[in-house]
Design a binder for this molecule. Structure first.
Ligand code: GAL
Length: 655
């Protein structure tokens, strides 16, 4: 299979006369795969049980005759209008009890049995009709599950939630105990009294909220699974996927990743934000990690502007290419876009496409064609892997859900926190994996654990074992604050990690952001809003707080445990602070950057036999490398890379 290069193709928005032209242009651009039918339900099933596949037959036939593979979508992301008119009970209900109207997309309750029944009937038909089509290369189930319908609060959901809870707890007494319903008179006498956490006068039960987040991710996953099961039974040899959305809070992608045959992802970094290449890098690293290092597909990106930000800046010349190579370097086996031809009508007509509204005499089209042809030269990269990372950041959806609830010691933006650590590692030139609670950590030299708010005894023990057996463990504030029931950790914050780290937390001391506290010592830094009063039982104090409630107390500690080291950071820090902490930690390890001495906003990642160097800078820059550039076939030494320039070096050396 060639590297994927293509887009969401929505020919149903165009007269058939345009289709021939589409195919001609696809050939010109070097397109290899197209995703078809993502939102086509209403045209495939015009009314209840009346299917019309003739137009889709023609589309697939045309693509096949041009040698283009088809990633066939199941079309279930947007239920048709006749279905919601006939069965309004499938519509979503928000936490205030408002029913959301059809007329956009994803206007369904994931727990609706009627929605699933209709969706599965369509999927069965598609599997029967196209399962042995020679163009079919993959099934694309739904689209971006949960993007527009993350949580539903209807009566049907209440029923499904109760069933989920009964399976989890077994008895209402167990639920009462673990939800702590003795508080505020919340005791239930039967599961039928339990509701989704709808809008309420004040704080809702934190365990109910956490369980509802878990349930809602599972409900979406059940929808995906119902369709995937049908497809797998019909076509066991065709891989099944659904497109993820990076660090997306409503869906616990550690659970989802187990259910797809390959990982695929949609990424829309904001071209107007200079640093957004770092968000994109995070997303790529997450996808590679979810797939345990296997190649993944960039299923959607924009050729230029999107239409859904308050201000939709275009990608600069070269920026789309640079971000595409970033994805390739970090493990992608395909570069796909939303969408092929910019729409003329509908809510996305201002969104860029491979064929822009301006037509083919345009910068965007030329950049698309250039990339398509370059990828043809890079086929050897397909199936190879990004070099194994030596550092991992642990992320966990339970922690994300729980730490962002109301009534906590401080508002924490979990995604921003995780991104800050990932960025700080990027700034050191280090490629990072993500790890979940169940990831085998032994392959990493360093594991960073940012605010793992929810932790079970099994997780804290696994982290301790990792450090004892030679790992470098960096735990940060707000870790193991609560257990899996959102109850404060037994035996004190940090749970069993307290012994490994050699510290005990006596008091949380968050402070206004306008009153930062300094860290002084081996590492100098500044807090944002968090400090703690900790007691050091058995650890070296690396830095102390100067000022604030914890004045003079330990802020950063290190303890040797077994053959490894365990660090504790009792603060949140500015970006420079995180970088400084990492510098101290990395000094104790053998971890080095891929290419040392790179200028800011230039990344270098090793994949297969190549070192891919990508500049995200808006100016030219000279690089301390030499090697054979695969794209030009020429040898380079201290090359000057143009804005958003790319090098793919064989036998790269740092000079
Ligand atoms: C994605 C979605 C696409 C399209 C795109 C626009 O979220 O999957 O269908 O809407 O955004 O950026």
């Amino acid at each position: 299979m060639a590297l994927w290069f293509g887009a969401d193709y929505n020919p149903e928005q165009w007269p058939e006369s345009v289709w021939e032209d589409d195919i001609r242009l696809m050939r010109e651009a070097g397109v290899t795969v197209m995703t078809v039918g993502v939102f086509s339900w209403g045209l495939l099933e015009r009314s209840d049980g009346e299917f019309d596949f003739a137009w889709l037959d023609r589309v697939l036939g045309l693509l096949h005759s041009a040698g283009i593979g088809v990633d066939l979508a199941t079309s279930t992301a947007s239920p048709p209008q006749w279905l919601t008119a006939k069965h309004p009970e499938i519509l979503m209900v928000d936490e205030w009890g408002h029913t959301l109207s059809p007329g956009s997309r994803q206007h369904y309750n994931p727990s609706s049995a009627t929605y699933r029944r209709y969706a599965c009937r369509l999927v069965q038909k598609l599997a029967e009709r196209y399962g042995s089509h020679p163009a079919l290369v993959a099934w694309h189930v739904g689209n971006e599950y949960g993007n527009d319908n993350p949580r539903d609060y209807s009566d049907e959901t209440a029923f499904a939630f109760r069933t989920w809870l009964a399976a989890k707890y077994g008895s209402i007494e167990a639920l009462n105990d673990r939800w702590g319903t003795a508080f505020w008179s919340q005791t239930y006498s039967g599961f039928d009294e339990v509701l989704p956490p709808r809008a309420a006068p004040t704080f809702r039960n934190p365990t109910q909220l956490l369980d509802f987040d878990r349930f809602s991710s599972d409900a979406l996953l059940d929808c995906y699974r119902a369709e995937a099961d049908i497809l797998r039974a019909a076509t066991p040899a065709i891989p099944v996927t659904t497109n993820f959305m990076g660090l997306f809070q409503p869906a616990d992608y550690w659970a989802w990743a187990k259910e797809v045959d390959f990982i695929s992802d949609d990424a829309y970094p904001d071209p107007a934000v200079v640093d957004s290449w770092k968000d994109a890098a995070l997303q790529r690293d997450l996808m590679r990690s979810l797939g345990e290092g296997k190649p993944w597909i960039l299923m959607e990106q924009a050729t230029s502007a999107v239409n859904w930000r308050p201000l939709n800046a275009p990608k600069r010349p070269g920026q789309m290419r640079a971000l595409s190579y970033q994805a390739l370097a970090r493990g992608a086996d395909g570069i796909m876009y939303f969408q092929w031809r910019q729409s003329r009508r509908g809510g996305e007509k201002f969104h860029s496409g491979m064929v822009p509204f301006a037509g083919t005499d345009s910068r965007i089209w030329r950049e698309v064609v250039q990339l398509g042809h370059e990828l043809e030269q890079l086929q050897a990269m397909e199936g190879t892997r990004t070099a194994p990372a030596r550092v991992a950041i642990m992320i966990d959806w339970d922690s994300w859900w729980s730490i962002e609830q109301d009534a906590t010691p401080a508002r924490v933006d979990y995604k921003a926190l995780v991104s800050a650590w990932h960025s700080a590692l990027l700034d050191h030139g280090i490629v990072t994996d993500f790890a979940g609670r169940d990831t085998d950590l032994s392959r990493y030299d360093l594991v960073v654990v940012p605010s793992l708010f929810v932790a079970t005894r099994a997780t804290t023990d696994a982290l301790s074992r990792y450090a004892e057996s030679g790992g470098n463990l960096l735990v940060t504030a707000l870790t193991a604050v609560v257990d899996e029931d959102a109850a404060l950790s037994a035996g004190g914050y940090l749970g069993s990690l307290a012994a490994t780290l050699g510290v005990r937390i006596k008091e949380f001391a968050p402070h206004p952001i306008e009153e930062p506290v300094a860290l002084v010592g081996e590492v100098d830094a500044r807090t944002l809003q968090w400090s703690e009063v900790i007691q050091v039982n058995d650890a070296i104090v690396v830095s102390r707080f100067s000022g604030g409630m914890a004045d003079g107390g330990a802020a950063l500690t290190r303890r040797t445990t077994g053959t490894g080291k365990a660090w504790y950071l009792a603060a949140d820090l500015t970006t420079e602070g995180l970088r400084a902490v990492l510098e101290a930690v990395l000094r104790e390890t053998a971890i080095t950057p891929e290419v040392p001495g790179l200028p800011a906003d230039v990344e270098a990642v090793r994949r297969g036999d190549w070192t891919i160097v990508v500049s995200h800078r808006r100016d030219s820059v000279s690089l301390p490398v030499a090697g054979l550039d695969l794209l030009t076939g020429g040898r380079v030494s201290r090359p000057v890379l143009e804005p958003f320039g790319v090098l793919i070096l064989e036998t790269a050396v740092s000079i």
